[in-house]
Write a new protein. Structure first.
Ligand SMILES: [Zn+2]
Ligand SMILES: [Zn+2]
Length: 417
């Protein structure tokens, strides 16, 4: 068997790994489009024709470049039901963003259409045979429908973690453990640090919301459409069911889809009730209503790259506040606002005068969870990807000290396993 590391080797973004058994199985095919100054947008092309692509979850760094595979073939695409439905929504959106930012699509429109038509859904724990290779998905605890992928071939087990979280959150149970694999390919995003206690963060968030609202302002929460939007709604409504919340942007549609898959969320009843009690922005003119009364606004984009959140930021009163709850890639408006206090509007730097905060509600495993995961999975060999270069290398070095055969592969490296 062979592994080709086509992306996310020493970086976060453009995830793609090819596993060759009797079949060529691609794990993810993502993009890195959030930072315009970074020219490395896409994974390196697959050296072999692809028989199947497994999409671990529908974040753009894992699914955004999927149509490109259909330029040279007609693979089947395997994903959980929520990943398929949300993936289709996000692929349409990513095509729009790429055209806006870069002028043209890096694949034909017909490839986009073929990708949409080639999804085959597979639930957790169901086994599919691809030739003589058996493929099973396991809950990754990252976002609704996120999966770890296990391939078994000629008595060997290869596990691809995708993005995962090993502790419970408001929306999800912890990632499942698939023990004693021969090869593990794991994410390494936060190999260098632990996250703060989640219960404390939930309380802090609700306190900020109440305080800002009682001062007559708006609390703006820029959020990823999938995962974070639903989690923030759930958290706020658990902490205080009376909080006035508006939801805007693509998170509205993503939440509707998520609510349709109750078996993929921890407390579906609570989530449904929470969704019923928030206000939804259905058309642009609703936005002037949002700004009339104090409230919490949960809106895309999480890194303030596009989406209605940016419009709100520029219209908020002095009593308002903005809190980021997720990762902001360098070069994005979110990053610039957090680090340097400005956003870019039509090429000009604008410095909002409201307080800017960050609460670390990560959907990724923390440093201790990453080590615990590797220990429990107990792999014969482990490859560390999906983290910046220093994190991947350092994680592999530390795992070696713990007695594991660990390595941080380089981009486009082919390794026989
Ligand atoms: Zn993700
Ligand atoms: Zn990712």
């Amino acid at each position: 068997m062979e592994l080709d590391f086509l992306g996310a080797a020493g970086e976060v973004g453009r995830s793609s790994v090819l596993l060759s058994t009797d079949q060529n199985i691609m794990f993810d095919c993502g993009l890195k489009i959030h930072n315009k100054s970074d020219p490395h947008l896409y994974p390196t092309p697959s050296p072999l024709p692809v028989d199947a692509v497994v999409v671990s979850h529908p974040h753009l760094d894992h699914v955004g470049y999927l149509p490109s595979v259909f330029e040279h073939g007609n693979p089947q695409v395997i994903a959980t039901p929520p990943t398929k439905e949300i993936g289709e929504l996000l692929l349409l959106d990513s095509a729009k963003i790429i055209i806006e930012e870069y002028g043209t699509l890096p694949y034909k429109r017909s490839s986009h259409k073929k990708a949409m038509e080639s999804f085959r859904v597979q639930g957790y724990h169901q086994k599919t045979m691809l030739g003589d290779s058996a493929l099973t998905l396991f809950d990754a605890g990252h976002i609704p429908g996120s999966a770890q992928v296990l391939v078994e071939y000629e008595g060997k087990k290869v596990l691809y973690s995708g993005d995962f979280k090993l502790s419970e959150t408001r929306m999800h149970k912890a990632a499942e453990i698939v023990p004693d694999v021969d090869v593990l390919i794991t994410e390494s995003t936060y190999a260098n640090r632990d996250h703060p206690n989640r219960q404390d963060l939930e309380v802090q968030l609700a306190q900020r919301a109440k305080e800002v609202i009682s001062n007559g302002g708006h609390l703006l929460l820029p959020a990823f459409a999938v995962g974070r939007t639903q989690e923030l709604i759930s958290i706020l409504k658990s902490q205080d069911p009376e909080l006035p919340i508006w939801v805007d942007g693509m998170g509205v549609e993503a939440s509707r889809i998520v609510a349709g898959y109750p078996s993929y969320i921890k407390d579906a009843r609570h989530f449904r009730q929470s969704m019923e009690s928030v206000n939804i922005v259905r058309e642009p003119r609703d936005r002037s209503r949002v700004l009339k009364e104090p409230s919490v606004i949960v809106s895309t984009a999480g890194m303030l790259q596009g989406g209605p959140a940016m419009g709100y930021l520029l219209s908020l009163s002095e009593q308002s506040e903005i809190i980021f709850t997720g990762y902001c890639v360098e070069g994005t408006n979110g990053y610039n606002l957090l680090q340097n206090g400005y956003v870019e509007v039509d090429g000009e730097q604008v410095r909002p005068s409201i307080p800017i905060r960050y609460l670390d509600f990560s959907a990724h495993a923390s440093r201790s969870e990453l080590f615990e995961y590797v220990e429990k999975v107990n792999p014969g060999k482990v490859f560390c990807i999906h983290g910046d270069s220093a994190n991947c290398t350092q994680f592999a070095e530390e795992l070696k000290v713990e007695g594991f055969d660990a390595y941080a592969p380089k981009l486009a490296e082919r390794i026989t396993i």
